[in-house]
Design a protein around this ligand. Structure first.
Ligand code: S3P
Length: 450
């Protein structure tokens, strides 16, 4: 066990012994999307915002550090609690340094919207993965609102944002469903003259809209069109962040595909724009009960009970893709363990996440002996059983947190041990994953490189 003694820049592998089942009752960390937004809106509000259940993962800490660098006073985080002394929409101060968003596309894209409306210049940068992700999809519409943003070649970070531009509202049709794109424009719209109107081709997570309303800001939602008028005020609010369904997804998949499992995941956010993973797993034959459903701070929350069953391959419905966009690494493992073929199309966005999740998952699945065929916008997986090599199999996560956790769960159904390389970035979204997975029944430990 070397986890706690690892140097921050040393690589970290997972070693998982095959077999086992998942049982008991657990709560995964707070929702990443809601945590980012609570820090952002809390910083821009008037008054004190108290947050509980905050995800203290590296991505959210990067957002928090950015606001501290812009003069916002924050107490915590401590045990998921944070008190933000809001600076108001016009109270941020010029940062002395470039704002480092680490691994987080959400942080960079949403911050681009906020910073476009400031009186000062700023620079947004990130790690190697983030610096290879497309930012033109926010820089272009923000420029149409009057923002001045320079990107590196190919629309990649860093973003250099010139302050002092008066933004104006636009009508914008998102070319691909993207909650980050939608949110960047709505946040810039807070600073714009007139109405900013964003239409999405399919529903995506609506946490920004809900939280803006929770902070007393008028947002109109009319089918797939969301609009707000600039020049209003955000009023501080209390936020209780539910557990992240995207983190719960690894346990849902692990338990659903492993006979004898019986696991309860507590206090999980079940906003209907996030529950594609439940719909897809159920279509594959999984048994998942949603119990004790309630609404907390404008977001639906429930406990999820999942028991192991035999899964079958399916053609994944198109309308579920944006609703499960972060859960596909885990779902591909479920598909590999299901009987028959699973087909996914219309999911080209997976190629521009923290890694190219279609290519990286196909590569790892092949190492586990699974027939996985990439298509430009999806994958075809022939389910059955995973490799039975007694010597174990090594899989590369390519530094992608969700790929690392997905392959860890694969060991539940593998014939030999699995070593997942380069798992340090799990800390971006799921601090404590190894301990929680072990408590639930996975034989997982960490190790440095050989
Ligand atoms: C997020 C939106 C999603 C998701 C990401 C978080 C958000 O991206 O993949 O992890 O918090 O808005 P897009 O909807 O922009 O594809």
């Amino acid at each position: 066990m070397t986890a706690s003694s690892e140097k921050p820049d040393a690589s970290l592998d997972y070693l998982i012994e095959p077999g086992g089942r998942l049982t008991g009752q657990l709560r995964v960390p707070g929702d990443k999307s809601i945590s980012h937004r609570s820090v952002m809106l809390g910083a821009l509000a008037r008054g004190q915002t108290r947050v509980s259940g905050l995800l203290e993962g590296e991505d959210v800490l990067a957002t928090l550090a950015a606001f501290r660098a812009m003069g916002v006073q924050v107490e915590g985080p401590r045990d998921g609690r944070l008190v933000i002394h809001g600076a108001g929409l016009h109270g941020l101060r010029p940062p002395a340094v470039a704002l480092d968003m680490g691994n987080s596309g959400t942080a960079m894209r949403l911050m681009a919207g906020i910073l476009s409306g400031q009186a000062f210049d700023s620079v947004l940068t990130g790690d190697e993965s983030l610096c290879n992700r497309p930012m033109g999809r926010v820089a272009e519409p923000l420029s149409a609102m009057g923002a001045h943003i320079e990107t590196a070649a190919g629309g990649k970070p860093p973003l250099r944002i010139r302050g002092g531009q008066q933004l104006r509202g636009i009508d914008y049709h998102l070319p691909v469903p993207s909650a980050q794109g939608k949110s960047a424009l709505l946040l810039a719209g807070l600073y714009a003259d007139g109405v900013t109107r964003v239409s999405e081709p399919a529903p995506t997570r609506d946490h920004t809209e809900r939280m803006l309303q929770g902070f007393g800001y008028a947002v109109e939602v009319d089918g797939g069109t969301i609009s707000l008028r600039g020049g209003g005020v955000l009023t501080a609010s209390a936020i209780d962040v539910p557990a992240d369904i995207s983190s719960a997804a690894f346990f849902l998949v692990g338990a659903a595909m492993t006979p004898g499992s019986d696991l309860v995941l507590e206090h999980v956010g079940v906003n209907p724009t996030r529950t594609g993973v439940l719909n897809i797993l159920r279509a594959m034959g999984a048994t998942i009960e949603v119990v004790n459903e309630r609404t907390i701070g404008g977001e639906p929350v429930a406990d999820l009970r999942v028991t192991g069953s035999r899964l079958r391959g399916i053609t994944i419905a198109q309308d579920q893709v944006p609703l499960a966009i972060d859960e596909f690494p885990a779902l591909f493992i479920a598909a590999a363990c299901a009987e028959g073929q699973t087909r996914l199309a219309g999911a080209g966005e997976l190629r521009v996440k923290e890694s190219d999740r279609i290519a990286v998952m196909a590569e790892g699945l092949k190492r586990l002996g699974v027939a996985a065929h990439e298509t430009p916008d999806g994958i075809i997986i022939q389910g059955g059983s995973l490799a039975a090599s007694r010597d174990g199999v090594e899989v590369a996560s390519h530094g992608d947190h969700r790929v690392a956790m997905a392959f860890a769960m694969a060991a539940l159904r593998a014939g030999g041990s699995i070593r997942v390389r380069d798992c340090r970035n799990v800390a971006t979204s799921f601090p404590g994953f190894v301990a929680l997975a072990r408590r639930a029944g996975l034989s997982i430990r960490t190790a440095g490189p050989d």
